[in-house]
Design a binder for this molecule. Sequence first.
Ligand code: NAD
Length: 261
Amino acid sequence: LQLNDKVAVVAAASRGLGRAVAEALAAEGARLAICSRDRGRITAAADAIRDATGSDVLALECDVTDPAAVARFAATVLDHYGTAHILFTNAGGPPPGSVLDFGADDYAAAVELNLLSTIRLVNAFLPAMQRQGWGRIVASTSISVKQPLPNLALSNVARAGVVAYIKSLSQRVAADNITANTVAPGYIMTERVDQLLDDRAAREERTPAEVREDLAGDIPARRIGRPDEFGALVAFLASEPAAYITGTTLLIDGGMYQGLM
Ligand code: NAD
């Protein structure tokens, strides 16, 4: 994928999808800067990735909802590596619940977590990409940007803005050899999905195994996705061969989305 020695910034990477992206990029030879809110957990993730791949991994504590922390994170990364080529924006998901369960403050918090964190990370790292005339931005969203999910109203609302932002950005920076895309996972088996499925089982008074079986049965691929499959997609979008793919939203959902486009 021609990622050798590229500097890749991966947000919210101590576990789950962010961790899988960090692992995939490191396996392709990229140097990493990763963050999450907890120093111990992000350091442990960095040690594991370094051991597995031999890549340089800078691990920093950063809550992506905190503007000052994002600015410190970017300053440290740019000071350490001198630039950044790839940015994967990511954060945790907002709490589950249906549309009328929440007030405006809850929606504002979700927008802060998923949309404004994306904008802050882009603002922090884009100038370095523009200076070198090469950049890849991949923003994590959800299948909910195509098809809202029941009981994930906060996520449905906040993530739609990420697609609009990344699309607008892609048009502005394409001529600088910078691509910007969003990835939209259906169900990928991470700790968060495990937790959401346990919650659903409790709500519906069913066993966790039944809920997982039913969910897999509703997916044309008949299974929940793997984090390494998600990491592989993002690594490709971040690569040189993906230079002409920009402003798009790629589903990774085992065929779960029901629409045509
Ligand atoms: P996860 O809970 O397993 O991992 C989330 C990671 O984000 C952890 O490393 C955590 O420390 C970090 N994090 C959370 N809030 C943060 C913050 N404010 N600042 C910095 N780091 C933070 O979740 P996941 O399954 O890997 O999902 C990642 C994102 O993708 C979430 O927003 C989730 O809602 C979304 N998503 C996941 C799936 C899926 O199938 N896994 C599907 C659709 C959307």
